[in-house]
Design a protein around this ligand. Structure first.
Ligand SMILES: C[S@@+](CC[C@H](N)C(=O)[O-])C[C@H]1O[C@@H](n2cnc3c(N)ncnc32)[C@H](O)[C@@H]1O
Length: 222
């Protein structure tokens, strides 16, 4: 998926992934990360997810990263927020209170932007990436995140021969191959999502699971 693919999806308002409510798995499982209120949370490939507002409502500072300027503009306008906008290296930075969105390519992030991150929320981010890009994404997170960072990761699992991604099916074996041994990985729950996903049923799926993981970045070896 090239950046152009995603920019076009935003230009055409083809945003089938966007949820009008707070993600149910986030609300259920975020407390298990046991973060302090003021923890700074990275939301990679954030779109205009309302989950960022929910995270901020807990007291967290939120750092979203998103390639489409339309996503940032819609996020702030639709939530009646008026951001300050400036430049930060290769990113356009939008800021309101505790929410910052960096508009640019996730793969341009450097350690200086993520040094004080304590947690990551990945919903529809890893699974938005094609198989050949996922190792690069996992390597970037391992390289950029300090030891001790916790993540909530939500993936989809389905028969990939029945539907083209995105979203892609990413099985537990692949999650482990991507993130171990730099991260400890624990499945928190598996949810049968087919009944609630008529658009995927219409595309040919007869089984669809969401798997929710907790990841923890191990301390780097000296
Ligand atoms: C499937 S959407 C998920 C958005 C969000 N996580 C949510 O749950 O609503 C994937 C998003 O990633 C963005 N994206 C894709 N590639 C990116 C990249 N290299 N850097 C930053 N954002 C990217 C797309 O524009 C799109 O908004």
């Amino acid at each position: 998926m090239s950046p152009e693919f995603w920019l076009n999806r935003w230009r055409r308002s083809e945003l089938g992934w966007h949820e009008d409510e707070i993600n149910r798995h986030l609300a259920e499982h975020w407390p298990s990360l046991q973060l302090p209120r003021d923890a700074r949370v990275l939301v990679p490939l954030c779109g205009k997810s309302l989950d960022m507002l929910w995270l901020a409502s807990l007291g967290h500072a939120v750092l979203g990263v998103e390639i489409s300027p339309l996503a940032a503009e819609q996020f702030f306008a639709e939530n009646q927020l008026q951001p300050r906008v400036d430049l930060l290296g290769p990113f356009q930075r939008y800021q309101v209170d505790e929410i910052t969105l960096l508009v640019g390519d996730f793969f341009d992030l450097g350690p200086q932007q993520l040094a004080d991150i304590s947690a990551v929320y990945d919903r529809a981010s890893l699974i938005a990436l094609p198989p050949e890009t996922r190792p690069r994404y996992a390597r970037a997170l391992a390289a950029l995140l300090p030891g001790g960072v916790s993540s909530l990761l939500i993936t989809l699992e389905y028969d990939q021969s029945r539907m083209k991604g995105p979203p892609f099916s990413v099985a537990e074996t692949e999650v482990r191959a991507l993130f171990e041994p730099e991260f400890e990985i624990e499945t928190l729950s598996v949810f049968d999502a087919l009944a609630e996903s008529p658009r995927f049923r219409a595309r040919g799926l007869d089984a669809l699971a969401e798997r929710i993981y907790r990841l923890r970045r191990c301390a780097s070896m000296p």
